[in-house]
Design a protein around this ligand. Structure first.
Ligand code: PLP
Length: 445
């Protein structure tokens, strides 16, 4: 059996990764790749950062992991304090995990346990949105409005209720931009009422949609409006910040931008910047207190929750981000990066939308700017752009589906927070070349 078969994905033709340095990766032929998307927006500080590696090595030299039910550690406590400080005074407890899917499972279980603790066990249904992705475990996949990924498992998924995606570029038919937030909040409220508020545990959403839409920020006023609806009906608000959080959008919590606090937040990818897998479910003090009063402790977590070396990695990454004021850089430089991408790519008639926040930017391609008609799925335009960029030594994240069911080609740009200005210019040049060549090919096919 080949290695490809054994691990379940296609390795043929893939370069072999050898090392990383800052914003670059190198393969075994010595070819250099600029990491323009942090893989799937995961590598917040670039690669092989000597300070992060030293912190991990120092921890490993002491002990790799103190099992969570037997020991605490300095790094676990310091990272916990830091995350809670970033999430704000309402938040009081964290369950660590190793992946975004686990952090979402944790969020679902904390919500369910909270309602049982409050004597309301019927509040066990979830509402989520179309064109969303929350993870690959069965609970997280149940919440995901992502038909292609759900298909083989659909009969075993939880019965989650879906409301419309919140998308300024592709709003529901007949809804003008100014009406989008109130209209979508009204839809959510109606759904809660039709399910019965007494049966609904939580509404789950990505403040800025990642791979399922291609960086789709919530419309202005949307987050406040859904917050109000949830509060009015005693429904918890869960923010999936696995991709858009940990500073990717220029504020530590993506929802900070909207002036809104969720009840439960899931974070992952950028938290430890990919140095060691690390994720977290963060929740409010009152939720933690209700669970503690009724049950003693939260009944979720895993063998490696709060893994000591992973916490050392997360702490080192977050300390560098804080010390070097990188969120400020992501906020300000993110604006100019988006403007520069718009200026460079706007000359192509097929660039329909350049959107995003901070270092989380999506570029959507259309056949017709006016009608926003997408390219046919079989053309595979975003994948073709991604392939060309990769050949030219640039990593971007292609995705499709913003126009529904595999349609709507988007390229996601998500560079390391500490990428230099020269590296960002190289990103724009190489992406422009890849877009130009792929469009020429698309039109001649
Ligand atoms: C918004 C969002 N939530 C959850 C997940 C699941 O994270 P993981 O792949 O680490 O399990 C992802 C992964 O892409 C994601 O983008």
């Amino acid at each position: 059996m080949t290695v490809s078969r054994a691990i379940g994905w296609e390795l043929d033709g893939m370069p072999r990764i050898m090392r990383g340095a800052g914003s670059y990766l190198y393969d075994d032929a010595g070819k250099r790749y600029l990491d323009g998307s942090g893989g799937p927006a995961a590598f917040s500080l670039g690669h092989a950062n000597p300070e992060v590696n030293a912190a991990i090595a120092a921890q490993l030299a002491q002990v790799a992991c103190g099992y969570r039910y037997l020991f605490t550690s300095d790094v676990l406590e310091q990272l916990t304090e830091m995350i809670l400080r970033y999430c704000g005074p309402l938040f009081g407890q964290i369950v660590f995990a190793s992946s975004g899917s686990e952090a979402i499972e944790g969020a679902m279980k904390v919500a369910l346990q909270y309602w049982v603790a409050r004597g309301r066990p019927d509040k066990c249904r979830f509402i989520a949105r179309e064109r969303s992705y929350h993870g690959s475990t069965l609970g997280a996949l149940s919440l995901s409005g992502f038909a292609e990924r759900r298909k083989p498992f659909v009969r075993s998924l939880l019965d989650v209720s879906f409301v419309s995606a919140a998308n300024v570029y592709r709003p529901p038919v007949g809804v003008p931009p100014a009406q989008l937030a109130p209209e979508l909040a009204r839809e959510l409220e109606e759904r809660i009422l039709s399910l019965g508020a007494g049966n609904v545990a939580a509404f789950v959403f990505e403040p800025v949609v990642g791979a399922a839409g291609g960086v789709v920020p919530a419309p202005p006023g949307y987050a406040q409006a859904v917050r109000e609806v949830c509060s009015r009906h005693d429904v918890l608000l869960i923010a999936d910040e696995v991709m858009c959080g940990s500073g990717r959008c220029g504020t530590w919590c993506a929802l900070e931008h909207d002036g809104v606090a969720a009840d439960i937040i899931a974070v992952a990818k950028g938290l430890a910047g990919g140095y060691i897998p690390l994720a977290a479910t963060v929740f409010r003090r009152d939720i933690a207190a209700a669970i503690a009063d009724a049950h003693g402790s939260v009944l979720t977590g895993h063998t490696f929750s709060g893994h000591t070396a992973a916490c050392a990695a997360g702490l080192a990454v977050q300390r560098i981000i804080e010390r070097d004021a990188l969120l400020e850089r992501v906020r300000t430089r993110g604006e100019s990066l988006r403007a520069a991408l718009q200026a460079s790519l706007g000359r192509f008639a097929e660039v329909g939308d350049v959107r995003g926040r901070g270092y989380f930017i999506g570029i959507e391609f259309v056949r017709d700017r006016k009608t926003k008609e997408p390219f046919p799925e079989e053309r595979g335009l975003s994948a073709a752009i991604g392939r060309r960029a990769f050949q030219d030594g640039l990593i971007v994240f292609p995705c499709a589906g913003n126009a529904g069911r595999g349609l709507g080609d988007v390229i996601i740009i998500a560079p390391p927070y500490n990428a230099s200005d020269d590296e960002l210019s190289e990103l724009i040049d190489k992406l422009s070349r890849a877009v130009e060549a792929s469009l020429v090919e698309a039109h001649s096919a």
